[in-house]
Write a protein that binds this ligand. Sequence first.
Ligand code: NFE
Ligand code: MG
Length: 578
Amino acid sequence: MARLVVDPITRIEGHLRIEAQMDEANKTIQTAYSSGTMVRGIEIILRGRDPRDAWAFAQRICGVCTLVHGMASIRSVENALNYPIPPNAQLIRNLMIAAQYVHDHVMHFYHLHALDWVDVVSALKADPKATSDLAQSISNYPKSSPGYFTDMQKKLKNFVEAGQLGIFAQGYWGHPAYKLPPEANLMAVSHYLEALSWQREAAKIHAIFGGKNPHPNFLVGGVPCAIDFNSDSALNEKRFAQVQEIINLMRDFVDQVYVPDTLAIAGFYKDWASQGEGLGNFLTYGDFPEKDMNDLSSMLIPSGVILNRDLSTIYPVDLNAPEQIQEYVAHSWYDYSVGKDKGLHPYTGETTFNYTGPTPPYKQLEVEKEYSWLKSPRWTSPDGKNHAMEVGPLARVLMLYAKGHAQTKELVDMTLNKLGVPVAALFSTLGRTAARTLETKIIGDQMQRWYDSLIANIKAGDTKTFNQTRWEPSTWPAQAKGVGYMEAPRGALAHWIVIENGQIANYQAVVPSTWNAGPRDVEGLPGAYEAALQGHTLEVPEQPIEILRTIHSFDPCIACAVHLTDVTGEEVLKVKVC
Ligand code: NFE
Ligand code: MG
């Protein structure tokens, strides 16, 4: 029985290694191991600092979900200090998070995931006129003329004739698992190129509200932008008009390109509607408060846990409860002062590196021992059992669906009907990818509502964006702790902070890709990636596109997950990234 190794998994952020133990015939994955092969120490760097500065450091955990760690950080401080923020700040934060979602999900679909399903080289054989007919049959995107697709195909031909596929080099083109006709391939590749320039506009919302993108500015107690319609240097009428224009542009692209493309492509891959799900357990923390973070009922995305695919029971989640959330390191390159067989709640969490793996370069991980820089977060149900959880778009859409959110129900039912698949199809690789598209539509649509509320507040005379009430450390208790949570594009994210005498005493981030990509825990329970890969049959084992399909459907970010360099500054692993 062979061990198949994919290292690095490309078209993701960070460094991820998958090892798959194959069956006798070497075609089917019996069991899989997920390993984060990079590590940083941002949680350690934060100790001893001013909590009001933490966001600027924490945000550097990742440049992809570029604002979420800043947001989780300021929310953790506000939670610890019981620091309320003005309604305008809440609305601006919602708009910034939503802009991140729409931007990130579109980029993921076209630039990180689509080429698992779309054969670029086959697009060269497409008839541009037939491609135009196809595009016009699924949407009213104004660019879908035969001339547009002829131009796009020429661009692509030039790449190929120059002997350089450039960004498309090294794909598994011609792999028998590709099922789209040439016209659908040309349509999708054209939109791949289109999305590259579209995203430039989407990023401007962060620049308008937060000064720049990536890594916009934040402020504990509100947002760092002032509103003044009569000033050139504040958020004025012109800036708001620009925000409105960008919201329109974002929503149009989602409605006219992203949603129809997802449905069209999914139609050719229905065999992926019954594989690649894995755990069946889903976790959300909730986000997009209508009022404040303490009012869970006002969140667009509800919080909760679904176990074993059972949508009829939603368990509540308490992020402050040590008996509910713990991180384990039994199979991770960390030590705990309480012993490696114990879990720790993030308030008392520890980040102590201890690399015990083989000396690189190595052939195989020692999966019976430690094999990842990711920890294994677990949620414990009221009966005392630990559960690995999937977080992210599928968890959120299932939660919205289970709670009867009207637009979600409508979109999910429309998608299932169109594809002719049952509700169970949601629990799959295809379901995960479709859920990401549907939530982009749901959250993108909400942007208009938050924008309208913000303008209404301003017109009614409220321009406040910052509360000063708890800014001065002299107003803080000597000891405080808090949790800042949010729904990042890849899933439930929280930062736990302990403040002592005005400084950070402990800081722990448990991020979406840690939940999804983490290794086995002390009981041997696999993480979400590991469970999802089990049972996949590889058509051409030397070109394991099936592994990419399922892993990419989670949209991994290992930079987030292990928050590069090893402790001694030496090269950890040499990889050839083609
Ligand atoms: Ni670096 Fe991130 C998101 C966070 S993922 S991308 O979304 O938090 O683990
Ligand atoms: Mg962490």
